[in-house]
Design a binder for this molecule. Structure first.
Ligand SMILES: Cc1ncc(COP(=O)(O)O)c(C=O)c1O
Length: 394
């Protein structure tokens, strides 16, 4: 393990790898074996019951997967981490680990569409009450939390409206009623935001996004307090949404460049946001780095940078988006984000495709909202590309 005092970029390169290296290799091996063999039956038993370190069966643990978990643990400053086949598996398994019929969750209205579906569709089916407050209305959040709840679930910045919630303030309210605070840190990444140091109990990631960074592996991870993560691990080892070792390797490799990527991505996101502000065909721009963003001060306080995600809406709505998006040269028009390539996508086709137009409206998502995930291309090229696409539109 890398010393706790190392800076975040150093941890991204070194954390979690040493214990898994074999044959003097400098790189973590992809261990594809499903099971582990023991000549000594007593040793096998002791590993199986957790008395000795080691591996038994791939659904439970795997050395490559463990290296990935340990790197996330190091980056987030967590006591423990456990991984999943996708980000949604990390989120749903963590919620189902702790929630029982009769419990209550307080969250925000515009979490990622899949998460929102868990709150509005699946949890009510098992008699768990979910109260979703307008994102950014901290007073209302505090009032709802004070009524009592098992989990306070936050996502900040949010997908796709890039709203910010004050984590420390919500942690204080949650502590007063003994609630667990979970934070989806996918958009901010551990380069820019450390929910655990702000008091959160659990942090979740869609590792598919910035952690992996190359849009070639799905994965999810939850980390935080050991006592809680162990319960989530137990739920996952039985229910089975384990991370595949090949994906773990790709995610691990991607994470080594996390800091370099995120810093370039946020430089471009800021430049794009500033350009969009000047463009007369644009209705609104959502980026927490802009002084005009309603939560700019909170973002400045709790983040080390404003990240690579932004969104905007066009005065011409979806019809204008249908002209603008095909005119872009350096952009995937795709449902993913956080990759090295710049990616554009309307919320109604990507993050909130599961929701009806009315549901999106209720969440404060304009119909023609377009989300941008800035890639690592040269900033000037991305701004120029957008300028020429606006020329086509006008
Ligand atoms: C903020 C956020 N959390 C969770 C998820 C779900 O992740 P996955 O697609 O890996 O299941 C997404 C997916 O876009 C997301 O944007």
């Amino acid at each position: 393990m890398v010393e706790g005092k190392a800076a975040i970029g150093t941890k991204a390169v070194w954390a979690g790898e040493k214990e898994v290296l074999v044959h003097h290799s400098t790189q973590v091996p992809v261990m594809v074996g499903v099971a582990y063999t023991y000549e000594d039956v007593d040793e096998w038993y002791e590993v199986a019951i957790g008395k000795r370190p080691g591996h038994i069966y791939g659904r439970n643990t795997n050395p490559t997967v463990q290296a990935f978990e340990d790197k996330v643990k190091g980056l987030e400053g967590a006591e423990a981490a456990t991984s999943f086949s996708t980000g949604m598996a990390a989120i749903s398994n963590s919620l189902y680990t702790f929630l029982r019929p009769g419990d209550r969750v307080v969250s925000i209205k515009d979490t990622y569409g899949g998460t929102n579906k868990i709150f509005t569709e699946f949890l009510p089916q098992i008699n768990v009450e979910t109260t979703l407050v307008a994102t950014g209305d901290h007073d209302a959040m505090e009032q709802e939390i004070a009524k009592g709840c098992k989990i306070v679930y936050l996502e900040t910045p949010t997908n796709p409206t890039i709203k910010i919630t004050d984590i420390e303030r919500m942690v204080q309210a949650a502590r007063a009623v003994g609630a667990i605070v979970m934070v989806d840190n996918t958009f901010a990444t551990p380069i820019n935001q450390h929910p655990i140091s702000l008091g959160a109990d659990l942090v979740v990631h869609s590792a598919t996004k910035f952690l992996g960074g190359h849009a070639d592996a799905l994965g999810g991870v939850v980390c935080g307090r050991k006592e809680l993560v162990e319960q989530v691990y137990h739920y996952r080892e039985i229910n089975g949404a384990s991370l595949d070792p090949w994906s773990a390797y790709l995610l691990l490799r991607g994470m080594k460049t996390l800091k370099l990527r995120v810093k370039q991505q946020e430089k471009s996101a800021m430049a794009i946001a500033e350009f969009l502000q000047t463009e007369e065909l644009v209705e609104s721009v959502f980026y927490p780095g802009l002084a005009a963003h309603p939560h700019h001060d909170i973002a400045k306080k709790q983040m080390d940078g404003f990240g690579g995600m932004l969104s905007f809406s066009l005065k011409g709505g979806m019809e204008a988006a249908k002209i603008l998006l095909p005119a872009l040269q350096y952009a995937h028009r795709a449902a993913n984000l956080g990759a090295v390539e710049t990616t554009y996508g309307p919320a109604r086709t990507t993050s909130h495709v599961e929701c009806t137009a009315e549901e999106r409206k209720a969440m404060g998502i304009p119909d023609g909202l377009i989300r941008i995930s800035a890639g690592i291309e040269d900033t000037e090229d991305l701004v120029e590309d957008l300028k020429q696409a606006f020329d086509v539109l006008s």
